[in-house]
Design a protein around this ligand. Structure first.
Ligand SMILES: *[C@@H]1O[C@H](CO)[C@@H](O)[C@H](O)[C@H]1NC(C)=O
Ligand SMILES: *[C@@H]1O[C@H](CO)[C@@H](O)[C@H](O)[C@H]1NC(C)=O
Ligand SMILES: *[C@@H]1O[C@H](CO)[C@@H](O)[C@H](O)[C@H]1NC(C)=O
Ligand SMILES: *[C@@H]1O[C@H](CO)[C@@H](O)[C@H](O)[C@H]1NC(C)=O
Ligand SMILES: *[C@@H]1O[C@H](CO)[C@@H](O)[C@H](O)[C@H]1NC(C)=O
Length: 348
């Protein structure tokens, strides 16, 4: 059923007398001199619960964010975009999701969800779900039976300790995975099958090594604030698209880094700050930004940037941070200006 509401400005005071004003979003239009506004409220598949907003102009969205909800609201099956963030929802029972077959986005960050309170089949039927935001809840594991259709899964700032291969299996379209600020010690081979993954954020966990089988199509790998002390042989060589690698605030030592680990073309930014390096690792001449501040570097080795210097062989480095190490500006040899001719910021 389609309901057409024609609003005359003279009728506006009537609407206002209803306590909670459902047309608040309209006023900006009115004030722009738009006296007659023809609106369509699409109510196919059920009504909008009073506590939520379903804008008539955007009938596939339902806004229930920041309403102090403690339980899942009912929602009509036409809803594709469901906003439930910033509430105090404690559970997603299977029964709450019976109308969820059309959901494309389910936004649930900043609630009080625990893993025990999410139904085993709650997400099973959401065959077209592309975005699931579960950040800032109290989850201790990745919810079971997540839709394989997901493209963007955000589950950071929870209490997840372990991710298993079954958790992410078959998510062929997953491109963004935010798992940062959890308590993950073990990723097992869960990432292996994610052939579309381009952004992986595992910062702020309890990893002691780089997860096995990282997807080869990654563009961005963020793994800061863990306890990684060494890297596997040929760690970055397998990636063809990798541009941003952030490994700051780990326990990396020279001994733990195989030779030429970072001498790979394609990298744009490499952040190794706040580790325990004593030498500048060799990097490719194509790197643009290198962050090495707060390590224990004692020597400026120009050969780490350029093995040969001539008209065509020079470093593309623009930013080099070396502050908080054991060297000073005098330790930088004068011939560096040839190799590092594009550097606009060298901080020592
Ligand atoms: C499902 O939709 C129907 C109307 O189509 C509605 O009456 C019912 O409350 C909804 N259930 C849930 C759990 O959202
Ligand atoms: C979630 O965690 C917060 C902080 O750790 C705690 O205050 C709250 O009671 C927890 N909620 C539930 C439902 O467990
Ligand atoms: C991935 O996306 C494609 C194209 O949109 C779609 O045909 C396919 O079914 C999706 N894969 C999964 C596992 O949902
Ligand atoms: C990086 O590797 C290339 C060969 O792939 C080599 O020619 C170059 O000298 C290496 N760079 C450094 C700084 O070791
Ligand atoms: C240095 O430049 C020459 C051309 O002048 C090129 O043939 C050679 O491959 C370059 N060497 C490196 C290590 O890039």
């Amino acid at each position: 059923m389609r309901l057409v509401i024609v609003l005359l400005s003279a009728l506006l005071p009537l609407c206002l007398s209803h306590g909670r004003d459902p047309f608040a979003w309209l006023y900006s239009r009115q004030s722009q001199g738009n006296i007659f506004a023809a609106l369509q409220a699409d109510t196919t598949g059920g009504e909008c619960p009073d506590v939520c907003d379903c804008p008539p102009t955007f009938p596939s969205a339902m806004y229930c964010d920041g309403r102090g909800l403690t339980t899942m609201p009912t929602f009509p099956s036409r809803v594709k975009y469901l906003y439930l963030q910033n509430n105090a929802i404690t559970a997603v029972p299977d029964s709450a999701m019976v109308n969820a077959t059309n959901l494309v986005w389910l936004i649930l960050h900043n609630n009080q969800l625990t893993s025990e309170a999410i139904g085993k089949k709650a997400f099973l039927k959401l065959e077209g779900l592309e975005r699931l935001y579960l950040q800032h809840n109290n989850l201790t594991s990745v919810p079971p039976n997540l839709p394989r259709s997901l493209r963007d899964l955000r589950i950071s700032h929870n209490k997840i300790e372990k991710v298993t291969p079954a958790d992410l299996e078959g998510m062929d379209n997953l491109t963004i995975l935010y798992l940062h600020d959890n308590a993950v010690t073990d990723m097992s081979t869960s990432l292996k099958a994610l052939k579309s993954l381009t952004l992986l954020d595992l910062s702020g966990n309890k990893l002691t090594k780089v997860p096995e089988a990282l997807p080869e199509g990654l563009h961005q790998l963020y793994i800061e604030f863990n306890s990684i002390d060494s890297l596997p042989e040929g760690f970055l060589g397998r990636f063809t698209q990798l541009q941003y690698v952030r490994m700051a605030h780990n326990q990396l030592t020279d001994k733990g880094i195989p030779p030429n680990t970072f001498n790979v073309t394609g990298l744009v930014e490499l952040d190794l700050s706040f580790n325990k390096l004593e030498r500048i690792p060799p990097v490719s001449t194509t790197l643009h930004h290198l962050y090495l501040q707060a390590n224990q570097i004692k020597e400026f080795t120009l050969g780490s940037f350029c093995s040969i210097v001539d008209v065509t062989n020079f470093s593309k480095l623009q930013t080099l941070r070396l502050d908080g190490n054991e060297i000073s500006r005098q330790d930088i040899p004068s011939e560096s200006s040839l190799c590092l001719r594009q550097a606009s910021t060298i901080k020592v």
